[in-house]
Ligand binder design. Structure first.
Ligand SMILES: [Zn+2]
Ligand SMILES: [Zn+2]
Length: 369
């Protein structure tokens, strides 16, 4: 009897508490900031009773809700995949057929945080708008998209993988997202229509062959605030229209062939922070190069075949000139060395470093021009 009474009490308590939960409006004030969204509205979820409250229609400006960041009117039919750590990644076009792609910011109440490897590779898309929720764009995500003309990044893109835009031959201009730490290898390889690129100040490294074969590239904008310290091997190789490049103060490392074959490059000023110089072989229009005041090494073949170079001034800090460093610089008439004859005699000189047609290079010791 006692036991039966107890069970009745427990049951009664359970029923009343369920009743209290469903009718919580009178019992407590909803609270909590978990926000959810559907195609028409955003709302909050009560931390105490899980009820939805504060439902409001989205207030889109340029297709993005000003309150919750939801992308209104995104492309239907895209293929999305749930990620183990939470959130979704766009993995492909799915059943979408339009050429103007707008990626959703949320899918089934979770943010869309990535564009997967090769997601749009070799597709016919013309433009893509990436929402603020996306932080990562993986390798080759848009490579071979030969009709792609316009890419709008969200505010929080933190990583662009390798070769993401390789072979995007219709891409003319690119303003990369602020915040990325590097322009990764092959990122714009063979983007043959690309004319202008702005390098975000956050970029520390322009990696291997990032812009190789960008035959139309005329302008690479690097600001005074740039954190750029390294340009890797072949980064701008065969960018035949590139006229100049401004190295920021603090720049440290330049790889072999970094500007190799940049036939229009005519004027270069290297910062004092660059100690080991390399990377300008085959720059056949290069007529002026100003070295930093602490240069120690001119690497092997660094200026080979710079046929327009007439005079070069090197600081007294120089210790090593690599093999073929100024080989086939057939217009090079004068080399000015700021140090003494003794200092010059101590400079290690690689074979054929000054081999050229015509008169030998005239060396001026203790001199600058
Ligand atoms: Zn509640
Ligand atoms: Zn909203």
């Amino acid at each position: 009897m006692k036991r039966k009474f107890l069970i009745t009490c427990v049951l009664f308590a359970a029923v009343t508490s369920v009743f209290a939960l469903t009718a919580c409006d009178g019992g407590h004030t909803h609270s909590g900031n978990t926000m959810r969204r559907n195609d028409s509205e955003h709302f909050k979820v009560c931390a105490e009773c899980q009820a939805y409250y504060d439902e409001e229609a989205h207030t889109p400006v340029d297709g993005v809700c000003t309150v919750c960041g939801y992308v209104v009117g995104y492309t239907q039919g895209l293929e999305l995949q749930y990620l183990h750590g939470g959130g979704y990644a766009v993995t492909g076009l799915g059943t979408a057929t339009e050429a103007q792609i707008v990626i959703p910011s949320y899918y089934v109440y979770e943010p869309v945080i990535a564009i997967s490897e090769r997601a749009f590779e070799n597709s016919a898309i013309k433009s893509v708008v990436i929402p603020d929720t996306v932080t990562k764009i993986e390798d080759r995500a848009f490579s071979g998209c030969t009709a792609l003309e316009s890419v709008t990044f969200g505010a929080h893109t933190e990583e662009l993988g390798s070769a993401v835009f390789k072979g995007c031959t219709a891409l003319k201009e690119m303003v990369l997202p602020q915040g990325i730490p590097a322009i990764n290898d092959h990122l714009f390889e063979s983007c043959t229509a690309l004319k202008s690129v702005t390098v975000p100040d956050s970029v520390k490294k322009i990696d291997f062959q990032a812009f190789i074969f960008c035959g139309a590239l005329e302008e690479v904008i690097v600001s005074d605030e740039s954190k750029l310290v390294e340009i890797a091997n072949g980064a701008f190789s065969d960018c035949k229209k590139l006229k100049t490049f401004e190295f920021p103060q603090g720049f440290q490392t330049i790889g072999s062939g970094a500007f190799g074959g940049c036939e229009s490059l005519n004027n270069i000023v290297l910062p004092d922070s660059l100690i080991d110089v390399d990377g300008f072989a085959g720059c056949t229009s290069l007529s002026t190069i100003k070295f930093g005041n602490a240069v120690e090494t001119i690497a092997k073949s660094a200026f080979e075949r710079c046929a327009a170079l007439q005079a070069v001034s090197l600081p007294a800090t120089l210790k090593n000139i690599g093999a073929f460093a100024f080989s086939s610089c057939n217009a090079l008439a004068d080399l000015y060395f700021a140090g003494t004859q003794t200092q010059w005699d101590e400079v290690e000189q690689g074979e054929f470093w000054n081999q050229k047609e015509g008169d030998p290079i005239h060396l001026h010791i203790n001199a600058t021009n």
